[in-house]
Design a protein around this ligand. Structure first.
Ligand code: RFL
Ligand code: PHB
Length: 393
């Protein structure tokens, strides 16, 4: 079996790349380890930057997004007993974000790929990538009980943080930057209408909380919890009470979330990670395979999309002109955006969470920083620009 671009992983990065390549007339094969239902149900990100929305629309994957996506022009930040709204369009020259779940992006891209695109194989576990520095790298995978080989002109590792593609870059040429955080998120889905029509990020003495949504009738809520927390320790009642306590503010006396049945609970560890470079020979890394951000800045999915947009352009240029110049600059181009997002995600995380070893001095610094965002249009614009995302150029 031979293809132009072998794509490992059918998450948002792999699926969007396959679609963009299809639109450029470049054939690809996507190999996904899990089954379709699993990939379509996996609860993850919820916020799309404008550049991601535009890319999905331009790729022909915007129909349901345009109908069901919920544009958001701001977020609310609660801290020190007050609530402050950050208005994106007025601070960024008109940009905003859209709430549309990663599960829905993935469903839309899978449906398109199966209807119009090249092969997308589920239950296809890649075991290794060979010949990364040769003209025809090969992907070895197990499908339907048989070991198989896909020979490619290029291989793209879109196989997430626990994937195998990263190992194709020799350890001696790879640099890894990493930070773990001394807290996790308890994330829940609830059949309860969001009370407020924008996201609320809360700094509180009890720890961070975030109110997001999936639709006008489904809330997505997060609580900072200690690492190693077992969801069994969190009854529905305890979750709702703790959320209300962390969101409480004198700006909205008596404010409470609307409660409803909780349909899923999971604990998510927080990590920052970058692997450089994002290319070795004819193997490229994209999305979580190359970098992880803690979710507080809502950047993970958007970074994955930005990588594959840059890569699809570079492959299209190679296909039409024979020039590999954009492939040569792929890693540097992406890493510039990646490090900006790493910084922003770190900033949002460390400003809004309470480290278990945090001193009272450090808490006052966090409040001073949040006061600055609430009172200075420059500080607010810095946050708004990063949150809505830099244009792709
Ligand atoms: P994905 O989505 O992890 O997809 C990688 C795909 O590769 C497959 N795979 C393999 N396939 C074949 N052979 C192998 N050997 C393979 N190894 C892995 C996997 O099954 C999977 O389908 O990476 P991608 O496409 O780069 O997309 C990135 C985003 O998914 C990610 O950045 C965000 O979802 C991060 N993230 C969140 N971001 C937010 O902005 N807000 C969130 O609330 C949020 N929650 C999350 C998250 C990431 C999580 N992970 C990765 C643990 C919650 C979780 C649990
Ligand atoms: C989500 O809706 O899942 C979500 C939104 C914003 C974040 C993280 C997660 O910062």
């Amino acid at each position: 079996m031979h293809t132009t671009v072998g794509i490992i992983g059918g998450g948002p990065a792999g699926l969007l790349l396959a679609r963009l390549l299809h639109n450029e007339g470049i054939d690809s094969v996507v190999l996904e380890r899990r089954d379709r239902t699993y990939v379509e149900q996996r609860q993850r990100a919820g916020i799309l930057e404008q550049a991601t929305v535009d890319a999905l629309r331009n790729a022909g994957a915007g129909a349901r997004l345009d109908r069901e996506g919920m544009p958001h022009d701001g977020i609310e930040i609660r801290f020190a007993n007050r609530a402050h709204r950050i208005d994106f369009p007025s601070l960024t020259g008109g940009r905003n974000v859209t709430v549309y779940a990663q599960t829905e992006v993935v469903k839309d891209l899978i449906a398109l790929q199966l209807a119009e695109g090249g092969p997308l194989l589920f239950d296809a576990q890649v075991t290794s990538v060979e010949g990364a520095d040769t003209a025809t790298p090969a992907v070895r995978f197990i499908h339907e009980g048989r070991q198989q080989t896909l020979s490619c002109d290029y291989v793209v590792g879109c196989d997430g943080f626990h994937g195998v593609a990263r190992n194709a870059v020799p350890a001696s040429l790879r640099t890894t930057y990493e930070r773990t955080y001394p807290y996790s998120w308890l994330g829940v889905l609830a059949e309860a209408p969001p009370v407020y029509n924008e996201l609320i990020y809360a700094h509180s003495e009890r720890g961070f909380a975030l109110a997001s949504m999936r639709s006008p009738s489904v809330s997505r809520l997060y609580l900072q919890v200690p690492n190693g927390t077992d969801t069994a320790a969190w009854s529905d009642q305890r979750i709702w009470d703790e959320l209300d306590a962390r969101f409480a503010t004198d700006s909205h006396p008596g404010w409470k979330l609307e409660r409803g049945p909780i349909t899923s609970k999971a604990v998510l560890p927080m990590r920052s990670h970058v692997t450089e470079p994002m290319r070795y020979g004819r193997v490229f890394l994209a999305g979580d395979a190359a970098h992880i951000v803690p979710p507080t800045g809502a950047k993970g999915l958007n970074l994955a999309a930005a990588d594959v947009i840059v890569l699809a352009r570079a492959l299209a240029r190679w296909r039409t002109t024979g020039s590999g110049d954009l492939l040569d600059t792929y890693s540097d181009t992406c890493l510039q955006r990646v490090w900006r997002a790493e910084h922003f995600s770190y900033f949002m995380t460390t400003t809004l969470h309470t480290d278990p070893n945090q001193s009272a001095f450090e808490t006052r610094l966090q409040i001073a920083q949040l006061e600055r965002v609430a009172t200075s249009p420059h500080a607010a614009a810095e946050l708004a620009e990063n949150y809505t995302g830099l244009p792709l150029g």
